[in-house]
Design a protein around this ligand. Structure first.
Ligand code: GCU
Length: 429
């Protein structure tokens, strides 16, 4: 079953017409799919060459002397030694395990989705606000996508789609902050898009259901134990934004990176894992239930554990994840397998040496461990000088499909971090 949309050429001409006017509204409607529980088709973007790995079937791998689940051993005990088996059976199995044990079930595809677009030109940038209208079985709502496309004449080098939990992206293309430096990004030749997480699922344990989640779940009934909460809803929202980006004539949908910082970095990884339309997932300081290995606990540095995150942010993950409070070793998955779900697309881990709550060493070890899945495609080069902690700080390490850096400072998405992302050639091998 797939989504049904009017032919793209029609969208493109509508949008091209739209661009000539200063303001306008479009239009696009879509689609209807009943009963689908995955947020989008999982289409594989690149099978690469099918490298056979010489793998002993082993349920665990050792990371820093501790046993972790082996991403390359399937539930049936067989070892996964080629990309085809990975894509056809192990990858879906791992996604299902992350849904069941960590992030919860995703919201389904909307019953109907429409895009109302307002566009104008400002400061050498085409600026669009796209209201994404969503209809689910329990009602209709919307959230906005802000889009800034440089007007240099050349197509954008790629698009960064930010999941923004700080509400920090306004209308002004000249706005700039370390966290969301819109004009720096467009000046570098990239398009920048942002969705406000609060409009999808408010970051509040009392009201998080009120926007998108209740369109799909009976507002008068308890949310099912296994239903995703905010992190899952934000990831779903990124996929709905991608639905729009696929229709926009200014955007090359094969060059879209989903990016998020911290809590949104967790969501960007989960979005990228599920939705193979994203060419890259960028996680900045994503920490616990992001890039960081759960089994490291507090990492010896007081980092945030599964129990900590579930108690401080009870609305981020479903109750099913809380079953692993203080028993991470019982989790059937660990976070290196989340990073591996990006393969063969680019995974980007941005860490900071003093971000102890996120356990930067745990993020690093997870990144290194994910490489064994990229190796199925011959893309296992992490770009690092050594698989051992601690790498040099303030340096970009880039392999053909994996990127990593460790900034010397603390928690934050900074100008320095953006500089590495913008110069990191994230859309090339
Ligand atoms: C808290 C939380 C982290 C999260 C961070 C953020 O510090 O413990 O898990 O990443 O907030 O989103 O800034």
């Amino acid at each position: 079953m797939g989504t049904h949309r009017p032919p793209r050429s029609r969208f493109r001409s509508l949008l091209a017409a739209a661009k000539c006017r200063t303001t306008l509204v479009v239009v696009l409607t879509v689609l209807v799919v009943g009963g689908l529980h995955s947020p989008q088709d999982v289409r594989l973007v690149h099978s690469g060459s099918d490298h056979e790995l010489d793998q002993e079937p082993r349920a665990t791998i050792s990371i820093d002397g501790v046993d972790y689940p082996n991403p390359l051993q399937a539930g049936n005990g067989k070892s996964v030694d080629n990309a085809t088996t990975w894509e056809n059976s192990r990858r879906p199995e791992l996604l299902e395990a992350f849904r069941r044990h960590v992030y919860g079930e995703s919201l389904p595809l909307p019953v109907e989705q429409r895009f109302d677009v307002t566009a104008d030109e400002s400061s050498g940038v085409t600026r669009k606000t796209v209201t994404i209208g969503i209809t689910g079985p329990h009602g209709t709502g919307s959230f906005d996508l802000k889009l800034f496309v440089p007007n240099s004449g050349a197509p954008p080098r790629g698009t960064f789609l930010m999941i923004d939990h700080r509400g920090s992206v306004g209308e002004d293309p000249q706005q700039s902050s370390d966290y969301a430096p819109v004009s720096t990004i467009t000046d570098a030749g990239y398009a920048f898009a942002a969705i406000d997480a609060e409009d999808i699922a408010p970051d509040d344990s009392g009201t998080y259901r009120s926007k998108m989640i209740n369109l799909f779940h009976d507002p008068g009934a308890e949310l099912p134990e296994d239903a995703g909460r905010t992190i899952s809803a934000w990831a779903w929202g990124a996929s709905r934004a991608m639905d729009y980006l696929e229709t926009d004539p200014d955007i090359d949908p094969s060059r879209v990176a989903v990016i998020g910082h911290s809590r949104s970095g967790k969501a960007s990884l989960w979005a990228g894992a599920q939705d193979t339309r994203f060419a890259a997932a960028v996680s900045n300081n994503s920490g616990s239930t992001g890039a960081k290995l759960a089994r490291r606990g507090d990492g010896g540095v007081g980092a945030e554990t599964v129990a900590d995150i579930n108690s401080s942010f009870p609305h981020w993950f479903p109750p099913t994840y809380k079953e692993y409070d203080n028993r991470e070793e019982a989790l059937p998955v660990d976070q290196h397998e989340l990073l591996a779900l990006m393969a063969p697309r680019r995974v980007v881990v941005g860490s900071a040496a003093n971000d102890t709550n996120a356990d930067p060493e745990g993020e690093f070890l997870s990144y290194v461990a994910a490489a064994r899945v990229y190796e199925l495609y011959g893309l296992g080069d992490t770009g690092l000088p050594s698989p051992n902690w601690k790498p040099p700080t303030d340096t970009d390490f880039r392999g053909p499909a994996m990127s990593y850096h460790l900034l010397s400072g603390g928690h934050g998405l900074s100008a320095q971090g953006w500089d590495l992302y913008l110069n990191g050639d994230l859309f090339a091998r």
